[in-house]
Design a protein around this ligand. Structure first.
Ligand code: IPM
Ligand code: MN
Length: 347
């Protein structure tokens, strides 16, 4: 029987609760579709940091490289480890080392889920550049602690980096409804963002079947709330994509529904799948975290692995579950109850 080896990094807080839930669903979905998934769990987290002084071992990246995919829960426990340390010790290095340059986040309402907007008919796929841009980590501080202190954080946009994410966006638009929104702030940022717009314009010639529009990020943020049904695929830089996808999460009913995939499109290294919500320390291990985003991320993993049947099965089971009104919101149903409902709907 075909089998996939999956690295499980539950991480911190509710990351542990929802990864367990997602894994239950994925194992069952694989069984239904006639293949197997084998999970190897790594305890890398803020707790691991407290014990070892590192978020993951020195050879962590090399250890992960051998897996078919990575399923991650959440990273961060700010009461004990500053986020700037924990994220730069685990999540962000994996995205960069494995060239997971496309961060894909689907924003649509699952059946029965109410969002804050009047309209319910939107289906947006946000594609966020995931390895460079504003989150490159280039910069420094001088004269630290004095009145003359200076902090510099430089965005890095490379032609190769911008071209590949835009091409990815065009390809996704081509496979969906044929519309691409390319997001910049080129009226204010006259170097990097004009560069991005130029490359968008140049690549458009290769995709005559895609209708591409350039938007400024502020206008696009408003559009996601005022007219989300007018959007199909949205492609944006690391920072802009980060912010826009929290808007996306909000309009789809909250972070508990926001799934994501960190994709290495060349498949030269494993891709990583994670819910967008983070570790939510206030509700950790209470059994009330919403597992839907993690399960949906798992479906994206199956899809990436080429297991379309199983991916579709999980997505349909999620939809059947939310359509029945089963949800964790306001403590209505537990994490386990939602997970059990999804498992039951897999058949
Ligand atoms: C996300 C998160 C991360 C990011 C943080 C935790 C570094 O906000 O995945 O959206 O900005 O990439
Ligand atoms: Mn974010």
């Amino acid at each position: 029987m075909k089998s996939y080896s999956i690295a499980l990094i539950p991480g911190d807080g509710i990351g542990r609760d929802v990864t367990a839930a997602a894994w239950t669903v994925l194992e069952m979905a694989a069984r239904h579709s006639g293949f197997a998934v084998t999970g190897t769990e790594f305890p890398w987290s803020c707790r691991f940091f407290k014990e070892t002084g590192r978020m993951m071992p020195e050879d962590g990246i090399e250890t992960l490289r051998g897996f078919d995919a990575i399923l991650l829960g959440a990273v961060g426990w700010p009461a004990e480890v500053p986020d700037s340390v924990s994220l730069h010790g685990l999540l962000l290095p994996i995205r960069k080392a494995f060239v997971q340059y496309a961060n894909i986040r689907p924003h649509r309402l699952l059946p029965g889920v109410r969002g804050p907007l009047r309209t319910e008919s939107f289906d947006i796929l946000c594609i966020r550049e995931n390895t460079e841009g504003e989150y490159s980590g280039a910069g420094g501080r001088v004269h630290q602690g004095t009145l003359d202190e200076v902090a510099v954080e430089t965005s890095i946009f490379t032609r190769a980096g911008v071209e590949r994410i835009l091409r990815f966006g065009f390809e996704q638009a081509r496979a969906r409804r044929g519309r691409l929104a390319s997001v910049t702030k080129s009226n204010a940022q006259k170097h990097s963002m004009v560069f991005w717009d130029e490359i968008t314009h140049k690549l458009a010639a290769d995709y005559p079947d895609v209708a591409v529009t350039s938007y400024h990020v502020d206008a696009l943020a408003a559009r996601m709330i005022m007219a989300p049904e007018s959007l199909d695929v949205v492609v944006a830089s690391n920072l802009f994509g980060d912010i826009l996808t929290d808007i996306g999460a909000a309009i789809q009913g909250g972070l508990g529904y926001a799934a994501s995939a960190n994709i290495n499109p060349d498949r030269s290294a494993p891709s990583m799948f994670e819910p967008v919500h983070g570790s939510a320390p206030d509700i950790a291990h209470l059994g009330i975290a919403n597992p839907i985003a993690a399960i949906w991320s798992g479906a994206m993993m199956l899809d990436h692995l080429g297991e379309k049947d199983a991916a579709g099965r999980v997505t349909k089971a999620l939809e059947a579950t939310t359509a029945r009104g089963i949800r964790t919101i306001a403590g209505k149903d537990s994490t386990d109850a939602v997970t059990a409902a999804v498992v039951a709907a897999l058949n």
